[in-house]
Each structure stands twice: as C-alpha cells, then as structure tokens.
Design a protein. Structure first.
Length: 366
C-alpha cells in the first residue's frame, strides 16, 4: 500500500504546487498591506508631517473638513473616483481619493456640501462637526496628473514657499491598506484559506490512503480481512506494472491520476480502446488513448495510456488470459452495459463461462 500512497502523492503534486504557488504569489503581493494592517493605523492627527516618511503610511482619524473636489476620474460618462482637498493636521493640507463605489463616498460628499454651505454662511460650525466621521486609508504620493489639478485648485503657483510647504504632494487613498483595498485583503484571506485547505486536504488524503479506498473497502468487506490483506499486499509487492496496469489471476489495479482502482480479475467483464482526438479548428493537434475496463458490478474506468499500441497490447493479453471478457466496443454493447440489470450483457460471455467453471469444479460434485 505504501507504494500506491507514493504514487498518489506524486500524482497530487501538481495540485499542491499550484495551490502553493497561488498562496505564495498572493502573500508576496499582499505582504506590505498585511504588515501595515498588523502594525495598525497611525492617527492622522498625530503625524509629524515635516519629518515622517508619508508614502505608504496607513492612517486613520476624523475627517474634519473637506475643501472641495479638485479632480474627477471618469470612464466614459461614468464617474469612477473623486479627489478632494482635506485637512491633514498640524496646519497641513493634502488630497484625498475615494472611489464612488465605496461606502465612505456619500459621507465625504455630504461633508463637502456642509463645508461649502459653511463658507457661504448657510451652515454652522455645529453642522460641520455633525458631518465629520472616522476615516482610514493609506497615504501615497500623488501621480503627476493629480498633482497638477491639485496645484491648480489651491492656486499653488501664487503661494509663498512657506505656504507651499503646507500643501503636501500626497493624497489619502480611502479604504486602502498599503496598495490594496481592505475588501481585497478579505478576498485574499478567503483564497489563502482555500489554498491551505486544498494543500492539507490533498496531503492527508494521499498519506492516509484515501485514494486507495477501493482496496480498503474490498478488504473490509471480505470474510477474512486479515487474510485478504495479506493476499492483496503480496499481489501489490510481487507484480510489476506493465504500461500502467498490474494484474494476475486474482487481482487488477491501476492508477487514474491519484486514485487507485482495484478489483478482482474474475469480475472483469468488458474491455475496449477509447481514443480522444484533439483539434484546433479543423487541424488535429493530437490524441489521447485510454483502455476502458468494465466490471460485472457495472463500474467502468478509463485508464490513460501513452499510446495506442499499449492499449492494444493489453486487449490482446485480456483476450488470451480472460476468455469471459468482452473485447471491443459497439454501441449495442454500451446500451446493454448501461442497463440497470446487467444480465443481458453478462450473458454474452461472462455468465456462461462462470457457469461452466462452476460445473467443472470437482468440489461442486461432492
């Protein structure tokens, strides 16, 4: 069984590698954001804007005032995002960017309207305070196009050097942790959990022999499980695989990916070749070859082969070794095999042979 477990693990490696690659790739992409979230957000109003490195800083705090929009991002006729001038604390100002699909957008727009009314002496300071709310995001350096709009909006060129220093060339990207949205981190957490689950699930299944369930069920259902286990282990250890199959007068086994199929050769009833032609447009790009085996209980398996000659070699051996097995495919055979009652199919060769063998068994005449 250990050899079969190794085969299953080897066949499962691709799935493990893909899941691990997805997990590692997402970890690399999300790591700065994960670090920022782990460290926690810095208070927007406790930043030393003159000495601290602002680019990439994850912050949170009360949005106290909105001085209006300076940039609108659109796709076609649809508004995608807005950028505003806001207080940054310590007598500094900076930009703020929010996508219109974010929940904070409506609150930001409401604060913008109240602040505009306050300037026009329509709203009171209490109205502004009532519209303030907590916000979080990451500070990033403005791209040049945003910076140009920002400078135009605040009449940057007419300012003194001291005034210019108050208008920081950064904006707060609302809802971002590092370079990723908080919602993106949620998706990452779900995908990462799925990848870890897949890796653990495959490893446990391969190492505990779950892919060999056909063998363990056969042993458990036998009248003498311990004796049957010994017979099966002897078969598995003493017979070499031939073109992906291992069989003798007692047992039959093969691998389909990670899964092990197993049965008694006395239960084989049908075998035939199956070829899949791969095309791209009208051009044939290749073929896949399978040996299909059907058992008397109605189970049927497609076992991949490396070439048509391997399939034909097995069919020839089956025909010579197992005279009760129907060799070859016909639609009529398929219809009979698919019937709930397999008797019509088994009566073709299987049942007559087994009945003859029973009659020839000397112990039946005692």
């Amino acid at each position: 069984m250990n050899e079969l477990k190794r085969k299953s693990l080897k066949s499962s490696l691709l799935g493990i590698i893909i899941a691990a690659a997805v997990f590692i790739g997402m970890m690399v992409a999300m790591w700065p954001s994960i670090q920022s979230m782990t460290k926690g957000a810095k208070d927007l109003w406790e930043i030393d804007y003159d000495t601290e490195d602002l680019d990439g800083l994850y912050v949170k705090g009360t949005l106290t005032f909105n001085y209006g929009a300076y940039c609108e991002e659109t796709e076609g006729v649809d508004r995608v995002a807005m950028e505003y001038v806001i207080d940054a604390g310590d007598y500094h100002f900076m930009g703020m960017r929010v996508r219109v699909t974010q929940s904070e957008y409506k609150q930001i727009e409401a604060l913008d309207r109240v602040c505009t009314n306050y300037f026009n002496e329509i709203a009171s300071e209490e109205d502004v305070i009532a519209a303030q709310f907590e916000i979080s995001g990451t500070i990033h350096a403005m791209p040049q196009d945003s910076l140009n709009y920002y400078h135009d909006a605040v009449d940057y060129d007419s300012m003194t050097a001291e005034e210019k220093a108050q208008f920081l060339p950064y904006y707060l990207e609302v809802g971002k942790v590092g370079s990723n949205m908080v919602s993106g981190l949620g998706v990452f957490a779900i995908v990462a959990a799925i990848c870890i689950f897949v890796i653990i699930f495959i490893l446990v299944k391969a190492l505990t022999g779950r892919y060999q369930k056909s063998i363990t069920k056969y042993i458990a259902a036998s009248p003498n499980p311990e004796l049957t286990r010994q017979r099966v282990e002897t078969f598995l250890s003493s017979n070499e695989y031939v073109n992906g199959l291992k069989y003798n007068s007692q047992f039959f086994t093969a691998q389909i990916g990670a899964k092990t199929i197993f049965g008694e050769t006395s239960k084989l009833a049908w075998a035939y070749a199956y070829t899949v032609t791969h095309k791209r447009g009208f051009i044939t790009t290749g073929h896949s070859y399978y040996l299909v085996v059907g058992f008397a209980d109605g189970t049927k398996y497609q076992i991949p082969m490396d070439g048509e000659s391997q399939v034909q070699d097995h069919l020839k051996t089956f025909a010579e070794t197992f005279p009760y097995v129907v060799i070859g495919y016909k639609d009529d055979l398929d219809r009979l095999f698919k019937q709930k009652d397999k008797k019509a199919f088994l009566d073709l060769k299987y049942n007559p042979y087994m009945e003859q063998q029973a009659q020839n068994d000397p112990y039946n005449n005692i």
